[in-house]
Design a protein. Sequence first.
Length: 328
Amino acid sequence: MMKSWRFHEFGPIGNLKMEEIERPVPTDDEVLIKMEYAGINPADKFLIMGLYQDASEPPYAVGRDGCGTIIETGVNSKYNIGDKVIMPSAPLGINREGCLAEYVTLPDNQIYLLPNWWSPEEGAAGTKVFLTCWQGLHDAAHLQPGETVAITGASGGIGLAGMVLAKVMGAKTIALTRGSDKREQLLELGFDYVCDIHDPDIVETIRALGGADVILDVVGGDFFAKAIAMANPYGRICVIGALGGIKSVVDPIEIIFKRLQIQGLQVSLYEAADSQRALKELLDVLEPSKGKILIDKIFPFGQVQEAFEHMRHGPMGKVIVGPIGSSA
Ligand SMILES: NC(=O)c1ccc[n+]([C@@H]2O[C@H](COP(=O)([O-])OP(=O)(O)OC[C@H]3O[C@@H](n4cnc5c(N)ncnc54)[C@H](OP(=O)(O)O)[C@@H]3O)[C@@H](O)[C@H]2O)c1
């Protein structure tokens, strides 16, 4: 048997409960992973609430980001017992049992060896946010050295992963954050400029800094029109989230005359082979600087609800749970 954080009905986050279920058995094409740490993502909450498109009907465990050790291999697996792996897997916690559990099974093409400069905690925290930012900055925006990247929700997982990646790709970075509380920390972490997203003159402020060539946006809502206004000609706006609202009034003429590209990102739409390709490219780019994600707080495995509540208040970096098994 094993412990697993599962839900049986779409609804409030309280529907997620720790259960005792049968330990999974790997098929010939899968490995059995003993989980060490699992990352918490806002999308897990949206999925439980029934707001995540293409999610399977419950019951199952959520958890799409994690790191663990392989303890059993199917006969067709190329992995070895003892390998530590991370999880670029798209269906994990969306269309199959997630990794907020003591054990999970996955096929080879949905796992990847933990890079030697990431701890298991950093592997559980960083894989999906870095992959999303790679999809944005590399696949969609074709970011060039010397360009300027503005990132909303700067203190969150996407914000900090986007900043680390944009800097190693040679870009200037602008943090867009709510208020000024986190200003000094964001500058210390490496953003070149920090601006208050609620400043009524935010568009003029960004234009005075030279405008934004690429924008990674997790806020949407009213900000979206401002993103279009602060973008430079030929700018690329990557739409990642809508934490600030789902409606925006935009000026199509500005999009036309600036020749803007607006692209939605969805990391879970990477096919298995494509996620392996993207993760390899991403890690090759991060390796020279040993780029990693900042972790805000680690909660015991028994406190997943508390971890979601903490994330709701806008942490500085990622929220994860673990070590799994020791305090379940
Ligand atoms: N499309 C994809 O494939 C994909 C992948 C990963 C994540 N996402 C989505 O992207 C969003 C951010 O994910 P994350 O992992 O970065 O989350 P996170 O770690 O919780 O960080 C989100 C950050 O956004 C800001 N924020 C929070 N609530 C806000 C609000 N109501 N209005 C404006 N800003 C707000 C806060 O930063 P400040 O306090 O600094 O402003 C917060 O730290 C979520 O909606 C998530 O579902 C999408």
